[in-house]
Structure formats: structure tokens, C-alpha cells
Design a protein around this ligand. Structure first.
Ligand code: PYR
Length: 373
């Protein structure tokens, strides 16, 4: 849509906190686009609770741990990460900034972690390729929204593998659009096409509502889909959207290589608990059999700390990175990532954690009076 103009500036951001970044991005992104990114389903109970529920646990600091200059580096799926965050896949990044997926991938590569490419990306594989020049070894993941047609699925999986994707993220929580009232009110439709899934949409994606995009995608996901993906491309599968120990174990039974705990940023099932509230029980059930990835609600170093201490290996950053993109292109994303890294470093020092492994071994305490929406 030629008349859709979002962010164009490329600059570093001065960040006090990520809530401010969200408010500043509201000024840059067109109203319906901003509403699409920010909003959640229904009453937005789950959206809010994703953040507030981090207050259900307290961090128990160890203050005589002899720690200075904590090290945030870690590794995930055999690749080095400068900090335990990667990009949680989001559709159509051009809604926020003209650098779209190209800028976001570039920022995560420069930061030294990993970008996730959505099936609903607004960029083609060819357009994204230059983001990896000089970063050939950086991991990248492909978030698959399956087609009802296996021929298309096979083609997308092979393209992802050829592009160098190291894992496939199977999003299982979005077989239909959550009740996103703001999108209805704003008559939100995607302002640009979706080159990767164009082959199976009833159009290019441009001018389509999310409900119609989902309707063109596969609308029931079962353990057989995990087996299918592995049979086609032989890449690790991350099962995304897991909120119960039962689904985690069922997924692992079907061959999932990573359990991705998420409630889709509160955008799908309203009334679900905050994502962090589901993490500990899932980690206890998984017992280290496969790595755990977590997203939905991370806005502070404390949140990263709590997610790792509760069982996650790395966390996904979604909306905050997209707001950073809106305000400053790839440089804005880097500012967001560096803010989070610095915040985590401070929390590590204050808690006596020298390494990410120390965080994973740290203890959280229940805060029983917790009752925030
Ligand atoms: C979303 O809007 O939540 C998608 O994942 C497409």
C-alpha cells in the first residue's frame, strides 16, 4: 500500500525503559498498524498478565558471591549467543519501519544472537539475504505457518533450509485469529504482501485481514505435523505456544527438539495465565530432556532473569524489538537489545550471578500475596 508510511529514521535510542519505547513508537507507527502490534485478545487480561505475573516470584539475591563484570554470553542449539535473547517471530515488520525484516535480522546478527523469520514476513528470501553477509554463521530460524497443502509446506521448508535456517519454529497456538477487537475497530489489513506464503494465500497478503491469512493456513496442528516437518527437512523443530506440561511431553514424544513456552504475546487465547506462570511446571515436566525457549512479556532484565531461573534456556524478544525498529531502524533494535543486556548484567551483579548458568541455578521465591491482573 503506497500510502502506508511507518518509521524511516535510522538512529541510536536513549532508553530509560521499554514501556517508554512502546509509547514513543505509538507516535511513529500508523494507528491501525500500531494497534495490530500492541494489542491482545479479548479483555487483554493475558496481555497485561504476561508482564505483571513476573511479580508472582521474587529473586533471592546472593550478595557475597564475589561477582564483578558478569558474562551474559551463552549458547543455544550449538551456536554462541552474546546474551540469552533471540527474536520472537512477528509478521510483516514493514508495519513498523521501512527496513522491515532486513533491519531486524541485521540488528540481531550484529548483536550476536538469532533472528526468526516469520512465514508472514513482508520480505522475500532474496531481500533478506544481504542481512547475513558477513554473518554467515549466525543462526536463523524459520517460523512455519503451515499450508493445508503439503506441496507448499515442502517448498517452504526447503527454502528455509537453503537459506541456512537452523531450526523450524512450528507455531501451534494460532490456528484461528484470537479475538483482537482493536483490529476489527481499526479495520486492520496488512499494508504489504507476504512473499513466502503468497503461494497459498487467496491473494498476496496485501489488504488482507489476519483472520483471512490464518484461514488460508493449516487450521489444525497435531503431533503428526512435527513428524512431517522433520521428515522433510531434518532440522530441529521448536514447538511454539506450549502452555502445559502435557503438551510439552506430547510434543517431545512426537520429536520436538525444543519446547517454546509462549502464549503468543497474549494475542490468541485471552484468559490464559501469564506465560511466565506456566513455565516452571513445564520445565519440571521436561526435566532437561530438550531445551526450553520462553517468550511473552519480557520488558526488563529482571524478567529475563526470572524466566531463566524458572527453566528457560533463552528468551524471545518480540514487541520491544519491533518498537525499537520503528524508532531507529536496525540501530534502534540494537539500542533495545543493549538496554536489555545492560539491565540483565546489572541484575546478575546484584544477585551474585557471574554466568547464565548461575542464573539457571538461582532460586526464586513464591510471593503468595500476588493477585495482579
Ligand atoms: C500475529 O498477528 O499474532 C501473528 O502471529 C500473525
Amino acid at each position: 500500500m503506497a500510502d502506508y508510511v511507518a518509521g524511516t529514521e535510522v538512529k541510536d535510542l536513549k532508553i530509560v525503559n521499554l514501556y517508554d519505547v512502546e509509547e514513543e513508537a505509538r507516535e511513529i507507527i500508523p494507528e491501525a498498524g500500531y494497534g495490530y502490534i500492541r494489542s491482545g485478545a479479548g479483555d487483554e487480561f493475558t496481555l497485561r498478565r504476561n508482564i505483571t505475573c513476573f511479580n508472582s516470584k521474587g529473586i533471592l539475591p546472593r550478595v557475597i558471591g564475589d561477582v564483578e563484570h558478569p558474562d551474559t554470553s551463552t549458547s543455544f542449539l550449538g551456536k554462541d549467543y552474546s546474551a540469552p535473547f533471540f527474536y520472537a517471530p512477528i509478521a510483516a515488520l514493514g508495519i513498523a519501519h521501512e527496513e522491515k525484516e532486513i533491519g531486524m535480522a541485521k540488528a540481531f546478527n550484529e548483536f550476536g544472537t538469532a533472528f526468526s523469520i516469520s512465514s508472514y514476513a513482508g520480505s522475500s528470501w532474496d531481500e533478506m539475504a544481504p542481512s547475513y553477509e558477513g554473518y554467515e554463521d549466525r543462526p536463523r530460524y524459520f517460523q512455519l505457518y503451515m499450508s493445508k497443502n503439503h506441496g507448499f509446506n515442502e517448498a517452504m521448508l526447503n527454502e528455509a533450509k537453503d537459506f541456512g535456517c537452523q531450526a523450524i519454529i512450528l507455531t501451534a497456538d494460532s490456528t484461528v485469529e484470537g479475538n483482537r477487537e482493536l483490529n476489527k475497530r481499526n479495520h486492520f489489513t496488512y499494508p504489504f504482501g507476504m512473499p513466502i506464503v503468497e503461494r497459498y494465500l487467496a491473494g498476496s497478503g496485501e489488504g488482507m485481514a489476519l483472520k483471512d491469512v490464518y484461514a488460508s493456513s493449516k487450521q489444525k496442528i497435531s503431533p503428526k505435523d512435527i513428524e512431517y516437518i522433520k521428515s522433510i527437512c531434518d532440522l530441529p523443530v521448536m514447538l511454539k505456544g506450549v502452555q502445559t506440561p502435557e503438551d510439552a511431553l506430547k510434543g517431545i514424544g512426537a520429536g520436538a527438539d525444543v519446547i517454546y513456552v509462549s502464549n503468543h504475546g497474549g494475542r490468541q487465547l485471552d484468559g490464559a495465565p501469564g506465560s511466565f506462570e506456566t513455565l516452571e511446571a513445564i520445565a519440571e515436566a521436561v526435566q532437561g530432556e530438550v531445551p526450553i525457549v520462553f517468550d511473552s512479556g519480557i520488558r526488563r532484565g529482571e524478567h529475563v532473569f526470572k524466566a531463566l531461573a524458572a527453566g528457560a534456556d533463552v528468551v524471545g524478544i518480540g514487541r520491544p524489538a519491533l518498537y525499537g525498529l520503528a524508532l531507529g531502524g536496525h540501530k534502534g533494535v540494537l539500542s533495545v537489545l543493549n538496554y536489555l543486556k545492560d539491565d540483565l548484567t546489572r541484575i546478575m551483579q546484584l544477585t551474585g550471578c557471574q554466568t547464565i548458568e548461575d542464573i539457571k541455578n538461582a532460586r526464586l521465591t513464591d510471593l503468595p500475596a500476588y493477585n495482579e491482573a
